[in-house]
Design a protein around this ligand. Sequence first.
Ligand code: UDP
Length: 483
Amino acid sequence: MENESNRLHIFFLPLVLQGHMIPMMDMAKTFATSGAKVTIVTTPICSTLFSRQIERVHQLGLDFNIQTVKLGLPEDWENLDAVTWSQNQVELLDRFWKALSLLREPVLHILEEHRPDCLIADLFFPWATDVAAQLKIPRLAFGGTSFFAMCTMRVIALHQPHKRVSSESETFIVPHLPGEIKLTKTQLPEYLRQELDTDFSNLAKEIVESELKGYGSIFNSFYELEKDYADYYRNVLGRKAWHIGPVSLCNRDTVDKALRGMEAISQHECLKWLDSKKPNSVIYACFGSLTKFSPEQLVELAKGLEASRQDFIWIVRKDKNEEQDWLPDGFEERMDGKGLIIRGWAPQVLILDHESVGGFMTHCGWNSIMEGVCAGVPMVTWPMFAEQFYNEKLVTQVLQIGIGVGSKQYADFGIGADFVSRDDIEVAVRRIMAGAEAEEMRRRAKKLGEMARKAVGEGGSSDSDLTSLIEELRQHKAARESR
Ligand code: UDP
């Protein structure tokens, strides 16, 4: 434990989306466990959504604080996840990205009042670098993704290989990056594909500039998982970075895992159901916090799961405006005992860690991939937007622990995505669940899971990086205070 005079006070500014909030909460818990005082700056609605987890860290005796600040959007839009997706997404997103820059002044005031020693802010707040500089403290950036995806994004922006193909579906190699990574233009975001000048493309430029000016970046990853790309990011792209993950492993027991994120439904029902199944017999299908499937795709997915003859747990995001029953006729009756459909928020880490779960159908959000790796399960990859297509390459090509379902078209939130047929779903599920190929992937995934645990254990690669970061921040604090 640190003495009060050199004790660090670290501020965290997460983006108010589940996929960014959840790992930052875990990260703050990790820093607090190593003796720092931590404060999270977030919106009132997010602090309510995470209140059970906050109560839990207080019970553990950690110095974990919350400061709330309004985003300036209507009340139920303060956290994008709380929004019903059938509303006008484009308009909403525009307002959301704009509202993020309005946080600058209120956040500066809070920081001036509390005088922390470091600001760990989401990459989506590029102005955080200047705000930290005003206070003469380091700003660390957190993008919530892999080294692999960051390298791919930065290399594509630098070398623009997508401009040298003659059609959207022609493959190009991401130049200079280890592993001969092949992509198509269809897998890139629209602003890159079409060379558009939008609010988002401008934000993307500001993000790169602030990354270059900032103190460094912090990754929810571990060195052994993506060594070549962690090295490339540091040595070739010349960025300073620390890997301290998988951060979800800071939730050691069932209570911590269950209280992570939003309040999950059916926790007990889920675990009881899984207890009745054989090891590695269930495929868990979940597509993160933002993805939305069309009713036609939901029907096809149901049919694909049924055709695979595999037991499954399937999480379907609840849409407030859509009460329609899209399930195929008699599906729930036929699947009674074989499939569990959860409409809403599931206790993902608890489910993945159950021994009956033998595979994970995922949209390739980075948290989900890290959680799948920790659980040691092979994956069916079904990317749709953001950096998900890049993460898919890491899983299927580099780590060889997954099979793609065949989606190739970038589509924000999955709206207008490729239609994936029941046959493709069935084949991918079968391939990761049973047979020699599945066993080989499962063996590799389990080994990675063990490496993940070692990385965060005492003296492991992530534990060492965390220790050296804390030491560096302490020296920074001492130098600042002696001036
Ligand atoms: N998650 C969960 N229950 C759900 C859906 C998602 O606990 O029903 C968690 C999941 O464990 C992960 C996060 O939400 O930590 C989603 O992050 P990810 O990067 O995978 O995807 P995103 O939501 O950002 O697309």
